[in-house]
Ligand binder design. Structure first.
Ligand code: ADP
Length: 168
């Protein structure tokens, strides 16, 4: 049985993340979606909210489980008996970062493979930070994030909710 782990900050989860997760879930027996507790960047949502949004957005995917982690990725990998890390690739800048991370992880845990899936063209420009900026400035993010995320962004940025409902 091949267990894979897909780690990310998910602040918040986007349709781009969901796409990568669904595609990865078809490649491995079990996929653990791991929400990183302490990202270096400033986060908008608490860890609990980020985990809840991921869980709600992935309901129905049988071989996928969601959990938080607050340790080195290689320690989580050992704990859950995973052999593969899955990440998504959008741009060349993603590649540089992912290559560095994958190399560091393999140095710490020889044999650990990182599998990168190319972003689908429909989602290639989606990033959590761009979507937060659009939401904060009253833009329409309904096609970019799952419904549970849209609802929470509306709560965070009420002006956006008012503008959207006024336009409907
Ligand atoms: P972090 O590395 O801080 O967790 P992200 O949550 O933005 O940052 O990204 C986590 C992983 O998801 C990365 O591998 C990233 O390339 C991938 N990813 C993010 N957005 C998309 C997208 N729209 N399509 C495909 N992969 C994505």
């Amino acid at each position: 049985m091949t267990v894979a782990v897909l780690p990310a900050s998910f602040d918040p989860i986007t349709r781009g993340h969901v796409d990568i997760i669904m595609r990865a879930s078809g490649l491995f027996d079990r996929l653990v979606v791991a929400v990183w507790a302490r990202p270096k960047k400033n986060v908008l949502f608490s860890l609990e909210d980020r985990v809840d949004m991921v869980q709600e957005s992935l309901a129905g995917l049988n071989n996928v489980e969601v959990r938080a982690f607050d340790c080195l990725l290689v320690d989580l990998v050992r704990e859950i008996d995973a052999t593969v890390v899955v990440r998504g690739l959008r741009w060349v800048s993603d590649f540089e970062f992912e290559f560095q991370q994958a190399s560091a992880n393999r140095k710490m845990l020889p044999g650990l493979e990182t599998v990168c899936l190319f972003a689908s063209t429909d989602y290639v420009f989606f990033s959590s930070s761009i979507i937060k900026e659009i939401a904060e400035n009253a833009g329409d993010i309904s096609s970019m994030v799952p419904e549970p995320v849209e609802r929470r962004l509306n709560e965070r940025f009420p002006a956006r909710a008012a503008t959207t409902s006024a336009g409907r």
